[in-house]
Design a binder for this molecule. Sequence first.
Ligand SMILES: C[S@@+](CC[C@H](N)C(=O)[O-])C[C@H]1O[C@@H](n2cnc3c(N)ncnc32)[C@H](O)[C@@H]1O
Length: 392
Amino acid sequence: MSHTIVDLFAGCGGLSKGFELAGFDVVAAYENWDSAIACYNLNFNHSAKQLDLNDVDAAVQEIAPMKPTAIIGGPPCQDFSHAGKRIEAGRAGLTESYANIIQQIRPRCFVMENVARAQSSHAYAVAREIFKTAGYGLTEQVLTASFCGVPQSRKRFFCIGALGEPDGFLDSRLLGKLSDREMTIRDYLGDELGTEYYYRHPRNYSRRAIYSIDEPAPTMRGVNRPIPKGYPGHPKDACSVNDSVRPLSTYERARIQTFPADYRWIGSKTDQEQMIGNAVPVNLGKYVAEALLDYLNGSIDNEQIANIESFRSWLKQEKKLASRSISDVISRLKRVNQFLELSDDADIDLYSMRLGRIDAFASQSPSVRSHLKRAAKLYLEFAQHTRALSES
Ligand SMILES: C[S@@+](CC[C@H](N)C(=O)[O-])C[C@H]1O[C@@H](n2cnc3c(N)ncnc32)[C@H](O)[C@@H]1O
């Protein structure tokens, strides 16, 4: 089954491309910067549309009829990158707009990406409250791109939500596939750059500027400067400045952001540098998307979710369970379904036997196993009851 995606604040399409490569069907994207829109539209079959996402009502009107499985997006990070409450107060509104759009459309899932420090910002606290009130369970993690198939030590915060799930619902899927060692430029690009060392202009000279291709690259930022005359050097530089050390080209920076070699670029050099620096590395987006897809494919689908509302009422009326226990049963049911898909007409003994043969299930504690089996049993009893009613 194909899962549809709408990308907000889509930029030149780093996050969209990652989701597309993971197997999602990206159907629409919104952005308000024309250069980024032009670049995005060169690379996808659907188009990015110009929209100021401060206008929540306009966004909801456009997107709601598409009924996407998930909305993804990274509101602008400048608000948080250079900290300062004054700046945050001015622009953090877009993080809140994103949350309001999610709250009004209520897609099954969403992914919000931002700089690592956004997690402790006031704007995020407001957005988080909106997500929780709307009924989303959240996985909140900072990922380092170099452990997710990207030769760059960029750190990014992801808040991933799913309706009706407990907090942390995606943690094990998201963290379980991190590589055990960081990816270097040589690992990813071989000797495509044709240089062993390169210059990345530091924010100030207390930081180093010369890097080796045998380490992950530092974060690709939105500006790219030549080596200034009289660069003083730094004790941690990978080598001393010499004729073979050079800054990376715009294209090379895009490659380190893991954009495919045939990604098409348009616009002034300054604009391209900016959109490349803004982007979610394609492979980081793909990494997150794969975890989400795994969850969506392994968990109960939309039709069954509707069914869960009747299951909830049945547990209350027939089994006299309190709402807390009902929520526990439902989250266990979703969990057990991730180990082994549960069909409405399954035989509980056969199902339990098959479950026992799944290593990941067998390695759970006895009490977890017993809770999960009980949830499956209750659900099958309910399914049987529903069948009997519809046949009578
Ligand atoms: C962090 S970048 C997103 C990068 C993108 N996710 C990617 O992977 O390529 C944030 C984007 O938000 C856009 N933006 C800023 N203000 C906006 C607004 N009011 N409405 C829509 N887009 C906006 C910026 O132009 C920028 O491209």
